[in-house]
Design a protein around this ligand. Structure first.
Ligand SMILES: O=C([C@H](O)CO)[C@H](O)[C@H](O)COP(=O)(O)O
Length: 215
């Protein structure tokens, strides 16, 4: 089995701290994600800085676009984003707008299924519209209320759609193998790495779990 990619969600607001985290964990990470709180706080300049410092990493900008899809996403692709996110709840017109923008920049779109009532229908429509990735996502507030992404991941993986599946929502070393075996192609990890005493050790442990589950 091809090893799923590991995506580090950088939700920290402080730029020097964010760049330091990225440098420390780089050997174990395939995709750097500029998280939603960070991109709102720091803006597009941080996208350019990441592309300059880490030209060999994929860069996802977690815009969680809700409207004006093409208009909002275009400058981020132009600045170097390889992937941006659009909310499934935004609806197909907005999703298609982000796909148009991505296609013009040889980039990709992830449709985030957070809070989508019918995730299977949204994943099917997104795949048909040309999205490359659908994201199973239990957000930080839902995690605080005890929710997890595992059942949704299983349900969407079973559909066998022609999209890659990303999973996010409190993933850590002890659950990394489970999500790989369930069919995730991209494993997103935030707090379990940036909140660890040693982010590099935490990232390495997750990398080792993903490699072991993919063997
Ligand atoms: O997307 C995220 C969240 O909505 C805040 O913007 C997180 O980056 C994502 O949930 C991954 O972080 P963890 O759940 O802490 O692993």
């Amino acid at each position: 089995m091809a090893r799923p990619l590991i995506q580090l969600a950088l939700d920290t607001l402080d730029i020097p701290q964010t760049l330091k985290l990225a440098s420390l964990t780089a050997p174990y990470v395939d995709i750097f994600e500029i998280g939603t709180p960070s991109i709102k706080h720091n803006g597009i300049a941080l996208v350019k800085e990441f592309k300059k410092r880490f030209p060999n990493k994929l860069l996802l900008v977690d815009l969680k676009t809700m409207d004006a899809g093409e208009y909002e996403a275009t400058p981020f692709f132009a600045a170097g984003a390889d992937i941006t996110t659009v909310l499934g709840v935004a609806g197909l017109a907005t999703i298609k707008g982000v796909i148009n923008a991505a296609n013009k920049h040889n980039a990709e779109v992830q449709v985030d299924l957070i809070n989508v009532p019918d995730k299977a229908a949204c994943a099917r429509e997104s795949a048909k519209a040309g999205a490359q990735i659908v994201g199973i996502h239990t957000g930080l507030d839902a995690q605080a209320a005890g929710q997890t992404p595992f059942a949704d991941l299983q349900a969407i993986a079973k559909l066998g759609l022609p999209v890659r599946i990303s999973v996010a929502g409190g993933i850590k070393a002890s659950t990394a193998q489970q999500v790989v075996k369930t069919g995730a192609n991209i494993i997103v990890v935030g707090a379990a790495i940036y909140g660890a005493a040693s982010p590099a050790d935490a990232a390495r442990e997750i990398y080792e779990q993903v490699v072991a589950a993919s063997a």
